[in-house]
Design a protein around this ligand. Structure first.
Ligand code: IPM
Ligand code: MG
Length: 394
């Protein structure tokens, strides 16, 4: 192709993206004033959608649902809570209909208030086993406007008590499937930050710190290099912080922040952390590893209207191929359920479940009750049974 046409095509693509993003900013401005947070107290029923997903997803979500039904049995009986199974968010079905989020699935999802979601397969260009569809997670977060990804990590014996607020709808992710291979040799991706998108996540983090009387908030960027997008994020933080004089805050670059998470003396000082999408993705895996692995951490994707709770790990297809799916560890999804219960106002139930999970992770080395992913550990059904047997004793 001649260079002029190449440039024109790229410009056209960029023009379209800018137009869409400017429209998005307008929509964000409107939703800020018009949309209210869902009021779960007055809602009857609260519909909890359960999405199995791929790989070990159906196994761990089935067991997690059983535990949730056990904890919420009175609320289910009284009609306050209703569970709804949502099928069809599998890689096979997505490929068959050629949609990241099949229309039928999205329609069902929108009939729910909160979702419990098993991991879904995310194809990559090099993998080749599936067409290179966009990630279902990313699409759900965008479609349901789940702008806050909240991920707690705790290691009490080491003084670690962190809550990460990862921006969930912009940054490097929003146009992750819309980059361009301008020529055979030139690839360009786009990263986006808006004032409104940055402000709502940063405000949520400050608000959380303020309400919980946590006097330490850290903003993580790479604003020295990514001057436009991360520069905006940091600038907005500065502006939001002025409204929370009681919350002491500081700003770190992501590289040194990631390093300091490994420093046993310094890391205890961090408490609430707010960061753009991709840094949040990477840093929360690192943080979860310190807690015992990504299999031990839950993740809440929160928007004003909907909320989705999931594991932070993937679908582990190898476990299924090797016939080990029954031994998958549902802990991450159970941790996500703690966040779900708290989010919809079932705080006592959340605390019971959290206490049992904390107990299990402490006792892990001594007992055969926690799944190890292999036949030397418990199956996910045995583990769920143990959790339910232990809850009444709390
Ligand atoms: C996560 C996951 C997802 C992400 C993947 C599965 C799309 O790694 O929730 O952190 O990159 O956000
Ligand atoms: Mg991740």
């Amino acid at each position: 192709m001649n260079p002029k046409t190449t440039i024109e095509r790229a410009k056209e693509h960029f023009g379209k993206i800018i137009e869409e993003q400017l429209n998005r900013v307008e929509a964000l401005k409107n939703s800020e004033t018009r949309e209210n947070w869902t009021d779960y107290k007055s809602l009857k029923p609260i519909v909890i959608g359960v999405i199995g997903g791929d790989g070990i997803g159906p196994y761990i979500s089935r067991e997690t649902r059983r535990v949730l039904e056990f904890l919420l049995r009175d609320a289910v009986e009284s009609g306050k809570i209703r569970f709804k199974e949502i099928s069809g968010l599998t890689i096979e079905r997505r490929v068959e209909v050629g949609q990241t989020l099949p229309d039928a699935v999205l329609a069902e999802v929108k009939k729910c208030h909160v979702l419990l979601k098993g991991p879904t397969t995310t194809p990559t260009a090099k993998d080749g086993s599936w067409p290179n569809l966009e990630s279902a997670n990313v699409a759900l977060r965008r479609e349901l406007d789940l702008f806050a990804n909240v991920r707690p990590v705790k290691v009490p014996e080491q003084g670690i008590d962190w809550v990460f607020f990862r921006e969930n709808t912009e940054g490097a992710y929003i146009l992750g499937s819309r980059g361009v291979n301008v020529s055979d040799d030139l690839a360009v991706d786009f990263k986006v930050a808006t004032t409104q998108g940055s402000e709502r996540i940063i405000r949520l983090a400050f608000d959380y710190a303020h309400r919980n009387e946590i006097n330490r908030l850290t903003v993580v960027t790479k604003a020295n290099i990514l001057k436009a997008t991360d520069g905006k994020f940091l600038g907005v933080a500065d502006y939001v912080a002025a409204r929370y004089p009681a919350v002491k805050w500081d700003s770190w670059f992501v590289d040194i922040f990631a390093a300091k998470l490994l420093d046993p003396k310094r890391r205890r000082e961090f408490r609430v952390v707010v960061l753009p999408n991709l840094y949040g993705d990477i840093v929360t895996d690192e943080a979860a590893e310190l807690q015992g692995g990504v299999g031990t951490a839950g993740s809440a994707n929160i928007g004003k209207r909907y909320a989705m709770f999931e594991a932070i790990h993937g679908s582990a297809p190898r476990m299924v191929e090797e016939g080990r799916a029954e031994f998958a560890n549902p802990s991450s999804l159970l941790r996500a359920s703690v966040l779900l219960l708290r989010h919809i106002g079932f705080v006592a139930e959340a605390e019971k479940l959290e206490t049992v999970l904390d107990f299990c992770s402490r006792e892990k080395s001594k007992r055969k009750l926690v799944p190890s992913g292999r036949s030397d550990g418990a199956t996910c059904t045995e583990f769920a049974d143990f959790v339910m047997k232990t809850i009444p004793k709390i």
